[in-house]
Write a protein that binds this ligand. Structure first.
Ligand SMILES: Cc1ncc(COP(=O)(O)O)c(C=O)c1O
Length: 404
């Protein structure tokens, strides 16, 4: 009897295991397994026993501790229980799911809203379902993993173009065979560098070339645009966007994802979109917190203005200190600080944590061009003084690590 040696399916991860072990061997705290022991507010937590300022959450509008939001969640827990135990198309649609979809329709002034269990699933579901065999998806090469995975799950041809390059996008569109279905997929804010897409131009080019347009506004909802509808609102092209994807895990302050649209046939998605049908719906407490938060965000213009001030203050301060940033001007609530390499990035991340500041350490494959980044994301609840304190922390840590 011959025996065949078992191949260890984990051997494909050896390289990443080695990178991680080398990093930890240098003595730094593990940047990817930090525990928030207590969360005190949208901008403060206790991490490793230290009182820490949070500058690496997606809690842009600070809604996680809003008293009305919390009360809505508690009431829903009391009245509807902990979970739905079912799909939206069977027993998993409660009145709260309808209420949050109504809130979204009002927020975006659109005809249809469909809520998914996460933003990841919203991209996975919508992209893989609407673009089928023989269709073409034209997308920015720096698109979020959930967009790429949506492309992978579907049967369409996938054609990437250089980040934010309008001409490259147009060239790809013009090469698509006559009569084929076309979907252009863009993001309002690209979350790694915090830069925005030139949506006015890109949406026009897409429409001139007969494409439908999907814009993922995960990092702009609630903050960018007069009503917080995102970069497509600020650019004046929201009416030409066929689908807007968003998430509850950022400005809304809870978890969940959605797609809004004015397409007259949109409701059929509820029956044909597998990541909507074949998974349990969100718990009643989550949809209740989301609906309350979204309705409050409709009146968030003061918070939006303060968040812009914070973004400008941090961007200006870090530039003055000599840090290299992802964008020349502040374009969103994300300010990315470019590190020379992973080792110094991790050392800087740790030095900031010891100062009492949490930021995100981001590295490939999440980042473009192999960059190591310290991603700072601001919150409307950060005070002016807190931003000054943060700048002082960056100055001390940057000098100690030798980055400035
Ligand atoms: C651009 C973009 N789209 C979608 C998502 C997924 O959102 P969720 O956290 O709701 O799965 C993210 C999350 O980071 C994102 O950055």
């Amino acid at each position: 009897m011959s025996e065949t040696a078992e191949k260890d399916l984990f051997s494909k991860f050896d390289e990443i295991i080695a990178v991680r072990e080398n990093l930890l061997a240098s003595g730094v705290e593990d940047p990817f397994s930090l525990v928030m022991e207590r969360v005190l507010s949208p901008t403060r937590a206790v991490c490793n026993g230290r009182d820490t300022i949070l500058l690496g959450t997606y809690n842009y509008m600070g809604m996680t501790f809003d008293p009305d939001v919390i009360q809505a969640g508690k009431d829903a827990l009391d009245n509807f229980g902990a979970g739905t135990t079912g799909s939206r198309v069977l027993n998993g649609t409660y009145q709260g799911h309808r209420a949050v979809e109504d809130a979204l329709k009002e927020f975006y002034a659109m005809d249809h809203a469909m809520v998914f269990s996460t933003g990841y699933q919203a991209n996975l579901g919508i992209i893989s379902t609407i673009a089928g065999k023989g269709d073409y998806i034209v997308l920015d090469i720096d698109s979020h993993a959930s967009i790429w995975d949506g492309c992978k799950m579907g049967d369409a041809e996938v054609v990437p173009f250089k980040h934010n390059d309008i001409e490259a996008m147009e060239k790809r569109l013009k090469r698509i065979p006559e009569g084929a279905g076309k979907l252009v997929v863009l993001e309002g804010v690209y979350s790694m560098l915090g830069d925005i897409a030139p949506l006015a131009e890109m949406v026009k080019v897409a429409k001139d070339n007969g494409a439908m347009v999907l814009v993922d506004e995960a990092h702009s909802m609630g903050f960018i645009g007069e009503h917080g509808r995102g970069v497509c609102e600020a650019a004046g092209v929201i009416d030409q966007c066929d689908f807007i994807i968003g998430t509850f895990s950022k400005s809304v302050g809870t978890v969940g994802g959605f797609c809004v649209s004015n397409h007259p046939k949109f409701e059929i998605m509820r029956l044909v979109c597998r990541p909507y049908v074949f998974t349990a719906s969100l718990p009643p407490s989550v949809v209740a917190t989301a609906a309350t938060s979204i309705r409050k965000l409709m009146h968030g213009s003061n918070k939006r203005a303060h968040l812009w001030e914070n973004s400008k203050r941090l961007h200006g301060g870090l530039t003055a200190l000599g840090f290299k940033l992802g964008t020349a001007e502040p374009q969103s609530a994300i300010v990315a600080v470019i590190m020379p390499d992973l080792e110094r990035g991790a050392a800087m991340w740790e030095a900031l944590l010891h100062e009492g500041l949490y930021v995100n350490l981001a590295r490939p494959p999440a980042t473009p061009a192999n960059m190591t980044l310290l991603r700072c994301s601001l919150c409307a609840e950060h005070s002016e003084e807190e931003v000054e304190t943060i700048l002082g922390m960056f100055e001390r840590a940057g000098k100690a690590v030798g980055i400035i």
